[in-house]
Design a protein around this ligand. Structure first.
Ligand code: CA
Length: 221
């Protein structure tokens, strides 16, 4: 799952990026408001972290534009401590959550996990499909309660499919979700990756819909 980080303070942006990448997601950072608006509108992100004070276009304006355009992506805003009015404005403009600066990275990541869980209609922190469980808190996948060793890319793949259970996901969408904006995307690589993942987990969990993509079952066992 790709997470867009909109933050003009480079040190904070780098810390968030590293924490997001270390949590099984793909982070992309933009530092100015106009670029942020464009990327959020056109890219397929699973969540957006949005600082409010930005050059060129402020965060609140960007958020209002996204919601006006119909963008439903969960957004968490980063606000200055003590400015409750800013938080109210942000939530009214369509933010799903907020975090006052300074914050603990662990809290931001936990809030991102919760946003992704809710937006996928998931109540429990652990996602169970058939005999396969995925715990986003530890990035651990188990089959019949036995932990499976996955590469970071394999984890990102199963995590994306599990968070989008019941929906057919195309190779192009997967490719976009698993790699960052700048890295090279190759849909043949996705097929090979799915093959490797199937050999490590219960093979039937990820179904192929020829010509459309992949799907995992909507209801857990
Ligand atoms: Ca700022």
């Amino acid at each position: 799952m790709r997470v867009l980080i909109v933050e003009d303070e480079q040190r904070i942006a780098t810390d968030i990026r590293d924490a997001i990448n270390g949590s099984g997601y793909v982070a992309e950072v933009v530092s100015d408001g106009e670029e942020a608006w464009f990327r959020g509108s056109t890219g397929n992100y699973s969540a957006i972290i949005l600082d409010l004070g930005l050059p060129k276009l402020d965060g609140l304006t960007i958020l209002k534009r996204w919601r006006h355009e119909g963008l439903a992506t969960p957004v968490i805003i980063l606000t200055a401590r003590g400015t409750w009015a800013e938080r109210v404005d942000g939530i009214d403009a369509g933010a799903d959550d907020y975090l006052p600066k300074p914050f603990r990275m662990e809290e931001l990541i936990a809030r991102i996990r919760a946003l992704l869980r809710r937006s996928s209609g998931q109540v429990q922190p652990i996602i169970t499909i058939d005999s396969v469980t995925l715990d986003p808190r530890t990035q651990q996948v188990s089959v019949n309660s036995i932990p499976v060793n996955l590469t970071p890319l394999e984890y990102r793949l199963i995590s994306y499919l599990f968070h989008n259970r019941g929906r057919i996901v195309s190779q192009a969408e997967l490719s976009e979700a698993l790699y960052s904006h700048d890295s090279e995307r190759d849909s043949n690589a996705i097929e090979a990756l799915v093959g490797r993942l199937r050999r490590k987990i219960k093979a039937g969990v990820i179904e192929t819909r020829r010509g459309f993509g992949y799907v995992v079952a909507a209801e857990g066992a």
